[in-house]
Design a protein around this ligand. Structure first.
Ligand SMILES: *Cc1c(COP(=O)(O)O)cnc(C)c1O
Length: 345
């Protein structure tokens, strides 16, 4: 079983896309950057395409090769980082649509790939990527001479629907994008869950597809089961693991599990995570090692052979909350040593 089995429920993935699509009256694209949020871009993208997605977003052109191979020639593939210096051949070879982020990128694109489709990313206040409002009027005169396929921007605080930044960015985006006649796209998962005025002609959810940022009807996509290598009883006063950070106060049955921080189980989870054996919670005791976890299985009926870290009860956001991170990071750190199984389709 190696360091564990990661089961990715493709039927749940497809159901999540369909549910997010049903929340709006517009086109729903899919963000599959970072290897489909760590779950495998090939099976993920093919599943979303079968569910109905026609457009995919990736972060950098290098991700385009595997995605094009998965979805075939007809799907649209958009690249958030735009047209960077070394990207021309990849954009051309795989028919990728860059979201141009600056005047320099616009000029580079028009010069090197004339007639090749492109979109424009506008910065509506996040100050991360895209044309700034102050520059847009002048750049628009050049950029809008060729027909962009999309004007997009990104919300900084969409995980908090009531945050005043959302309304501010909506207004900034509209100032730049309205009246251009070009399709507009502002909403990622958080924006889909907000009012219809955030939806425009297209949305582009990512995390919500994969079981993070749960919405009503969201289905868990990832299950992680870890094999137990051996069990031992630790006596009161004895310690477990590196640094002696946990001491038994009663006879305790400890299971040693084959997975560790090299598999993306961050060391910050030491002494605070819970694994599950069916309905029985099994607290992690001591430090997370590179390849091993030590888990208190005293409450189990007999020694378990497998313990679960991600399941319907404990999703990526629950695990993320324990260490002050987000489900996105849990997903994209899932290790390469796990056996992967795709189920449900
Ligand atoms: C990652 C990303 C998304 C997807 O966001 P989710 O919160 O995962 O839905 C959308 N747009 C941009 C620009 C992104 O970087």
């Amino acid at each position: 079983m190696g360091t564990g089995r990661l089961t990715i429920d493709l039927a749940a993935l497809a159901a999540n896309w369909t549910a997010l699509d049903a929340m709006t009256g517009c086109e729903t694209a899919a963000v599959v950057k970072a290897d489909g949020y760590g779950l495998g871009i090939g099976p993920v993208a093919r599943t979303l395409q079968q569910a109905g997605a026609k457009r995919f977003f990736i972060a950098v052109a290098e991700e385009g090769h595997a995605l094009r191979a998965a979805v075939g020639p007809d799907a649209d593939i958009c690249v958030f980082s735009g047209h960077m210096e070394g990207d021309t051949e990849l954009l051309d070879a795989h028919g990728l649509v860059p979201m141009l982020n600056s005047l320099d990128q616009v000029l580079r694109h028009f010069e090197r790939l004339p007639g090749h489709p492109f979109g424009i990313q506008l910065d509506s206040g996040m100050n991360r990527l895209g044309m700034e409002p102050a520059d847009w009027e002048a750049v628009a005169e050049i950029a809008l001479t060729q027909q962009p396929v999309l004007l997009m921007s990104h919300l900084a605080c969409a995980d908090d629907a009531d945050h005043p930044m959302n309304a501010y960015q909506l207004q900034q985006f509209r100032k730049m994008a309205d009246g251009t006649g070009v399709p507009r796209c502002l909403a990622a998962t958080g924006g889909v869950l907000m009012k219809p005025e955030y939806h425009f002609e297209m949305t582009r959810p990512g995390i919500g597809l994969y079981g993070g940022m749960p919405f009503a009807d969201a289905k868990p996509v990832v299950h992680l089961d870890l094999p137990v290598i051996q069990c031992r009883t630790v006596q009161p006063g004895e310690t477990v693991g590196y640094g002696n950070t946990w001491t038994a106060d009663r006879p305790t049955r400890i299971a040693t599990v084959s997975a560790g921080y090299a598999d993306g189980i961050t060391r910050h989870l030491s002494n605070i995570a819970t694994l599950w054996h069916g309905d029985t919670p099994c607290p992690l005791r001591g430090r997370v090692s590179m390849d091993l976890l030590t888990v208190d299985v005293s409450d189990c009926d007999g020694d378990p052979e497998v313990l679960s870290l991600l399941n319907d009860r404990q999703g990526v956001d629950t695990l993320a909350d324990l260490t002050g991170t987000i489900g996105y990071e849990i997903l994209t750190q899932l290790g390469a040593r796990y056996g992967r199984a795709y189920s449900g389709l």
